[in-house]
Design a protein around this ligand. Structure first.
Ligand SMILES: [Zn+2]
Length: 429
């Protein structure tokens, strides 16, 4: 069989011209230097004779002014061999913008890495840790950092924020202790057609959330239909003020979390009270069983749980109240759900279980928001925020070798922002 495609004697130059051809520039020479571990490929680039340099502000061809010293850019390694571009940038004299360095299509400002390599490193930095990425491609952690930074900045500048109708707002614990700085505020888009991280900021104050809304812009805020959050007062206050037209819903998983925390407090207090007494046995190794959804506890654990329930111990009663609240979510009518909420909170208030009473008081206080759940039923999926939170934890915990908050913020946008990517003529990975 005859092969109809013409074949060429393959030279590196041919590959480069095929995948990365820059009008106005020529690959002058390609040399290999060094040996063993220091082997490297050096690509020398020259301006095309007869094509003038372009102004980096308006991209118009301009008369030359002078030439600067040779610069070096790291390019995508070839078969594991480090590869660099060398070029002496020209300065051009633009009628409008004056004398300045010409537009160099493979370069971004003063960064010593080509855009192709930055895209390459940034894409790998989603699959590997930043340190591993640097090591795998003979680069540095800083180069990976700056590549992701460029990628994310480009993506944020080019993303579309139309059709954001539902957002979830949450606080994420990050770092050590309970200092204000160890919390992040995140804003997610939780629409069925698009789920992503829209914004992340330090702390969890009103000012933080206001900053986030400002970044998203008034267009996004005014188009909101649903807002989903925890009962964290600063968020509730800001959203009532800024997006009062949207329906504010409380996250189901957060409420379950509050209830679980209360049950756990009751159990701990009771364990201490019963120390050394026979009944204490019933509370042993019960922590996780109590926190799971009752219907998901099976086998021996279930028998133990029912034993606890029949004993009328405080922990058993708290657990029973927590489980009972689950009915709330299954109502069809907002009226009946409201009735149930009244019944449940009254029962809790008579229980003499202080941690449970605290939750009941909070739920009563936010009754209107809690009932909004039924107005939005089906429109907002309550598991989305929880799912995105889990993904955030994967990123913050994975050892990226983050040295700063900024690095972590970049990694979050990079992994969860679903940002558009800079266009390239060739995808290296
Ligand atoms: Zn110009």
């Amino acid at each position: 069989m005859k092969n109809k495609t013409p074949t060429t004697q393959l030279e590196v130059k041919v590959i480069l011209n095929r995948i990365q051809h820059f009008v106005g520039f020529v690959y002058q020479s390609i040399r290999m230097r060094g040996s063993g571990g220091s082997l490297r490929v050096e690509v020398k680039i020259e301006p095309h004779r007869g094509i003038r340099g372009k102004c980096s502000s308006c991209f118009k061809p301009c008369p030359g002014y002078d030439q600067l010293e040779e610069r070096r850019w790291q390019f995508v390694p070839l078969w594991g061999i480090v590869c660099h571009f060398f070029y002496s940038p020209r300065r051009v004299e633009c009628g409008e913008h004056g004398v300045g360095v010409e537009h160099i299509p493979w370069s971004q400002g003063k960064r010593p890495v080509t855009t192709a390599m930055m895209g390459f490193l940034a894409r790998w930095a989603r699959r590997l840790s930043w340190r591993e990425t640097a090591r795998s491609f003979q680069s540095s952690w800083e180069a990976v950092y700056h590549s992701v930074e460029w990628f994310v900045e480009w993506g944020l500048a080019h993303r579309h924020l139309e059709a954001v109708h539902s957002i979830g707002i949450d606080e994420i614990h990050w770092g050590q202790g309970k200092r204000a700085d160890s919390f992040l505020t995140v804003i997610y888009q939780i629409d069925g057609h698009c789920r992503r991280l829209l914004w992340v900021g330090r702390r969890r104050t009103k000012a933080t959330l206001l900053r986030g809304l400002k970044v998203l812009g008034p267009g996004v805020v005014s188009a909101l239909r649903y807002v989903c959050s925890d009962m964290w007062q600063p968020y509730l206050t800001v959203m009532a003020k800024k997006a009062g037209h949207a329906l504010h819903i409380l996250d189901r998983f957060h409420i379950v979390q509050h209830l679980n925390k209360a049950v756990d407090e009751v159990r701990r207090a009771e364990s201490i009270r019963l120390r050394g007494k026979a009944l204490a046995v019933k509370l042993k190794k019960m922590r996780w069983k109590l926190l799971r959804k009752g219907s998901r506890v099976r086998g021996e654990a279930r028998i133990k749980l029912y034993g606890l329930l029949q004993s009328k111990m405080a922990t058993g009663r708290a657990w029973d109240l927590k489980e009972c609240f689950d009915y709330f979510w299954h109502y069809k009518s907002i009226h009946w759900a409201g009735g149930f909420l009244d019944y449940w909170t009254e029962r809790v208030m008579r229980s003499r279980l202080e941690p449970m009473k605290r939750v009941a008081r909070t739920l009563r206080k936010h009754q209107a928001l809690l009932l909004n759940w039924f107005k939005a039923k089906g429109e907002v999926s309550s598991g989305v925020v929880e799912g995105l939170n889990n993904k955030i934890r994967v990123v913050t915990r994975r050892s990226y070798g983050f040295r700063t908050y900024k690095a972590m913020e970049l990694a979050l946008y990079h992994n969860l922002g679903r940002l558009p990517e800079p266009e390239t003529t060739h995808r290296f990975c």
